[in-house]
Design a protein around this ligand. Sequence first.
Ligand code: 3BY
Ligand code: FES
Ligand code: FE
Length: 412
Amino acid sequence: MPSQSEILAQISARRKDYSLSRELYCHDDVLQADLDHIWYREWLFAIPACALPKPGNFVTLQVGAYPVVITRGNDGMIRAFHNVCRHRGQRLCAKDSGSSPKLVCPYHQWTYDLDGKLLYARDMQDSFDPAQHGLKKVHCVDLAGMVFICLADVPPAIADLAKTAMAYLAPAGLKSARVALRSTIVEKGNWKLVIENNRECYHCGGSHPSLCRTYSDNPRMTAMEGPDAASPEILAHWARCEAAGLPSRFVNHPRMQWRLARIPLLNNAESYTLSGKAAVKGKRMGQMPFNDAGSLLFFHYPNTWNHFLADHAIVFRVLPISATETEVTTFWLVPEDAQDGVDYDLADLTTVWMNTNDEDRQVVEENQKGILSPAYEPGPYSTIQEEGVIQFVDWYCDTMSERLAPKPALAA
Ligand code: 3BY
Ligand code: FES
Ligand code: FE
């Protein structure tokens, strides 16, 4: 059983640019440390705001031990709460999503407003104070239509991300979008393997025949040596997009916890469809000026990557279930007035990423199976192809090292 100091020792002993040790990908105690030091402390992507189009809509999610409910109130505000009744602790909402003018506990029917206030508790004695028994709040921000939550008492600063994300995401039209489909799959692999797999396209040629019709697996597409350094193809794409009002250049968090960048698709493709043509016909997201705007890529560690296209957006949420199981939820967003079967065909819209998710599930599961072998030893990442993986693993190790390091005793 690795103690905190053993986990720290394994992280510290890691070879630069090599994959992590077996225990860091497999052990329950490491997952607990990841939850305590990353998942319960960082901002996490929860839902696109348009998953709650009307007051009374709610969604639930489970972050480690914490059930969370997110509501849209009668004032239009999105709020997050611990999904735990203040009477005797019943989980308040059991469904993944729903709609209700109030949140009513199924056990003894304590009734909460959508803003968390306790409105009604039957037959409680005079000394009972409802004002002291509202739902416990979870920090929640809506960044241009992407809702993030944070379970920490004091969340990390989000102002820099908020400013950049607002500028980059504004034209993508998330506020005026609709969820065309939500899919949830479980991958039998550690959450870090899911993120590592997403951060490289070394595997794309071998795994993703449908995605590779439109998504370039050239690592230079997503690599950056400086704010203005990119291949001529990307520089030309940025110039055209920026002239049309779309912020496009790479913006990186100083420690690479997040990045926004716009890339062209292959052969001027418009969308992630088998044909390369827009899935949504005759309508575009937000203020997107033309169909071949490529994809605005946005990742944020530990739990989201996203693609914002001219005709639709695909947003992804990752949540750990156990040391070797991870839930991946995908939302396909279309312009709110786009109608299924009229303006788009749902299969055309979703096939490429349905396939890609399933292909990624298979590689992650096989990766986990190999790592579970006592014969596994950390192997070298390609510094040409897997720079993104190296950045993620460095971020993980640096973050965990800082937080696991013994704190110096305060001087008396
Ligand atoms: O979804 C993504 O952003 C990544 C990039 C490379 C592989 N995968 C498609
Ligand atoms: Fe919720 Fe009793 S536990 S009303
Ligand atoms: Fe993949």
